[in-house]
Design a protein around this ligand. Structure first.
Ligand code: PNS
Length: 164
């Protein structure tokens, strides 16, 4: 049986913390679907199409068992459709765990066939979050070494476009 996991998230933008979790998930599962949430209620920095492109550019050269796709609606329904046995989430702290736990339990209630697997990123990546990256970048701070180079390039282009 193919062991298939879904790694869901906003990835706005992709960070080295996400990459760390993806690498760990690839060591555990035969197939990993990186699923980008389509959330009409949120105004993201990058459109879903832009995020799919960024993730593909960064991940495809390094991982053979990865698929990247957008998803909407309930995560457990999407997991069922994709015949995934597991949902991967990264935790950096007790605060993350407290945020994840109600979702894990709710997802289990909605679909007991899907197990959530929590993975811990390396301590070097443990303070990185997409929201912190956006804040530091918007205020002119360096995000070098915290996100892939292509993300920095894309964020600079966004800033340039916004100033035009
Ligand atoms: O990277 P994020 O924004 O923390 O990811 C959150 C995500 C995508 C895992 C969560 O919002 C989600 O699963 N959304 C899909 C809708 C859903 O299933 N909601 C019920 C969760 S119990």
């Amino acid at each position: 049986m193919v062991r298939r996991a879904i790694y869901p998230g906003s990835f706005d933008p992709l960070t080295n913390g996400h990459l760390d979790i993806i690498a760990r998930a690839c060591n555990l599962f035969d197939e990993v679907i990186v699923a980008i949430l389509v959330n009409p209620g949120k105004q993201p920095m990058f459109s879903v199409d832009e995020r799919v492109k960024i993730l593909s550019d960064v991940l495809t050269p390094h991982f053979t068992q990865i698929t990247i796709e957008p998803f909407e609606g309930l995560l457990v329904d999407y997991a069922r459709k994709r015949q995934a046995q597991a949902i991967i989430r990264g935790v950096r702290s007790v605060k993350d765990y407290e945020y994840e736990l109600p979702m894990i339990l709710m997802n289990r209630r909605l679909n007991p066939d899907v197990e959530t697997v929590l993975l811990v990123a390396s301590e070097d990546n443990s303070y990185i979050s997409s929201s912190l990256i956006k804040e530091v970048f918007s205020l002119g701070g360096s995000i070098e070494g915290l996100v892939p180079e292509t993300v920095i390039k894309r964020m600079k282009e966004k800033l340039k476009d916004a100033r035009c």
